[in-house]
Design a protein around this ligand. Structure first.
Ligand code: BTN
Length: 268
């Protein structure tokens, strides 16, 4: 797919009918990282609830665990949203799960092949990673507090756009469906679903969120390997607990609960 341009912020705003998400919206040709820009705004007390930052490309896109996020211009979706949820910070990880569900809903709307969720923050299509989310909590002691959720979706890349090390594990909507994606339509849909799911989050509909998450993963009941720092755990993935943590049964029959970690292997 040849690169395309993104429209300006007014086009997005004029086509959004949301309560919170996108109340303020900015579009950039290139930034270092949309999450970093959102963090700068919060530091300067300029980051409002629902602010969306969209970039056509990132020069220092970041992933989880200190990894980088490959962000060529004209092909992918790179955006961040600032949320300022009330309530206890223990619930904040649910925001990232909420954003995963919303993003998956938007992807499934336009993709004939359906995506699946992988804990904590990934969306897979055809067995490869299509999308990653990065949730970051900014404490209120520096500027104003908030939760930043960054979303990266591989939309129109073909296999040759990915660096060699990513080619075996990454995919795009174009690669899987052989049809190019209108990034503007996809972004508008992501923001609309996010707004809807955030309403549920604010109302405390956590059980409904966890149910949707669970219905869209194929990892439960499977043997998994999970890395947390330098430790490695193996067992059966059982469920998410009410705070969105992963519950696993070890080979010794013990139930282990993980707040963070990376699943490196799922035996299908
Ligand atoms: C991951 O899979 O490790 C998370 C990837 C998150 C990438 C997105 S792209 C938009 C936002 N800005 C960033 O620097 N990262 C997130």
């Amino acid at each position: 797919m040849a690169p395309t341009l993104l429209p300006d912020a007014d086009l997005f705003k004029n086509n959004l009918d949301t309560l919170v998400v996108g109340r303020e919206l900015q579009v950039f040709d290139a930034v270092n990282s949309t999450n970093d820009l959102a963090k700068d705004y919060l530091r300067k007390d300029q980051g409002t609830e629902g602010l969306v930052i969209i970039a056509d490309s990132q020069t220092a896109g970041r992933g989880r665990l200190g990894r980088s996020w490959f962000s060529l211009p004209g092909l992918g979706v790179y955006l961040s949203i600032i949320f300022k949820p009330p309530g206890p910070p223990e619930r904040f990880p649910l925001l990232t799960l909420m954003a995963c569900v919303a993003t998956l809903e938007a992807i499934n709307e336009i993709s004939p092949l359906k995506g699946t969720l992988k804990w904590p923050n990934d969306i897979y299509l055809g067995g490869k990673k299509l999308c990653g989310l990065l949730g970051e909590f900014h404490p209120p002691n520096e500027g104003s507090g908030g939760v930043i959720v960054g979303i990266g979706i591989n939309a129109n890349q073909n296999a040759s756009h990915f660096p060699e090390e990513l080619a075996p594990i990454a995919t795009s909507l174009f690669i899987e469906n052989k049809v190019s994606v209108d990034r503007t339509t996809l972004i508008l849909s992501v923001l609309t679903h996010l707004d809807h799911e955030y309403e549920g989050f604010l109302l405390g509909n956590d059980a409904a969120l966890l149910k949707k998450w669970t219905e869209n993963t194929d990892m439960f009941g499977k043997e998994i390997t999970l890395n947390r720092g330098s430790e490695q755990f193996q067992g059966t993935a059982l469920r998410l607990d009410p705070l969105g943590r992963l519950v696993m049964r070890s080979h010794e029959g013990q139930e282990l609960v993980f707040e963070s970690g990376e699943i490196t292997h799922i035996r299908h």
